[in-house]
Design a protein around this ligand. Structure first.
Ligand code: IPD
Ligand code: CA
Ligand code: CA
Ligand code: CA
Length: 269
């Protein structure tokens, strides 16, 4: 029952996400002429971030009028949804890349049932590549089933991360990266948390971590990484969230977690 529901929600999310990705790509030249900032000067938003979220919500609502929504640009809509289903939406994850035309920005849509993510899709809007997962149904890139890295040695791990928009947080995150760089194979910062999680799900990164993420950054990509066999948690085994999102193979997870805690005085258990 849940399985079938997840499948239906996934297929709807995929159709909507593909059209949203097409809108983002098609309207880019015009949209990047209309740029605002939000929480800080580095936190940019374009006309397309808003228009794409409106399109996604309208299309989902037309098919499933009883559902709730949580999106980056418009926040919560119909939170106490009668159906028990809530859509968690990042209309463009990687807005700075979008602004610059770096082909690493994505539409991320997840469906939660009674608070648990049961289906998620991430579409790279520049390339059309697509990742998806359902709870218990595995993680997929198209029709290829994914499994994450099996790396066990932190010193041989390629680790992705990202930086929040606040200057104070960035200063700490920069210091953590400076400490980590000598303890791992290398570090990557691609600029889209959703695509980072998909890269980890595919083994293109051994692990990924970030502090300060929002639910829409994590919802779909987190399920995809988990369904690919990675352990995805926050601090000290708590659920992944703003404090920490760490996706890593089970054998690497504790090592990386403990290094991050050691390097970041604010993150102690
Ligand atoms: C951002 C991206 C970035 C991550 C930031 C996010 P946005 O999302 O995912 O990679 O480092 O923490 O806020 O604002 O481009 O949707
Ligand atoms: Ca944003
Ligand atoms: Ca985001
Ligand atoms: Ca966004």
């Amino acid at each position: 029952m849940v399985e079938q529901n997840a499948r239906e929600l996934l297929e709807l999310a995929q159709r909507v996400a593909r059209r949203a990705a097409e809108t983002a790509r098609r309207t880019r030249t015009e949209a990047i002429g209309q740029v605002d900032t939000k929480s800080t000067a580095t936190d940019v938003v374009t006309a397309a971030d808003r228009a794409v979220e409106r399109q996604i919500v309208e299309e989902l609502r037309a098919v499933r009028p009883g559902d709730g929504f949580l999106g980056e640009e418009y926040g919560v809509q119909e939170d106490s949804a009668a159906s028990g289903v809530r859509w968690v939406i990042d209309p463009i994850d990687g807005t700075v890349n979008y602004l610059y035309g770096l082909p690493q920005y994505a539409v991320s849509i997840a469906a939660e049932a009674d608070g648990e993510v049961i289906a998620g899709v991430v579409v790279n809007a520049a390339s059309g590549e697509e990742w998806h997962a359902t709870l218990g149904g595995g993680a997929w890139r198209g029709d290829r089933r994914l499994s994450g890295s099996t790396q066990t040695v932190l010193a041989q791990a390629l680790v992705g991360t990202g930086f929040a928009y606040s200057a104070e947080r960035r200063a700490v995150q920069g210091a953590v990266v400076a400490g980590l760089i000598t303890r791992v194979r290398d570090i990557r910062r691609f600029g889209s948390a959703a695509l980072d999680l998909c890269a980890a799900a595919e083994g293109m990164l051994d692990a990924y971590y970030e502090r300060g993420l929002n639910p829409w950054d994590l919802a779909a990509g987190g399920l995809i990484a988990r369904e690919a066999g990675l352990l995805v948690t926050g601090l000290s085994g708590k659920p992944a969230g703003a404090d920490l999102a760490l996706a890593a193979p089970p054998a690497l997870h504790k090592q990386l977690h403990d290094q991050l805690v050691e390097l970041d005085a604010d993150s102690g258990p």
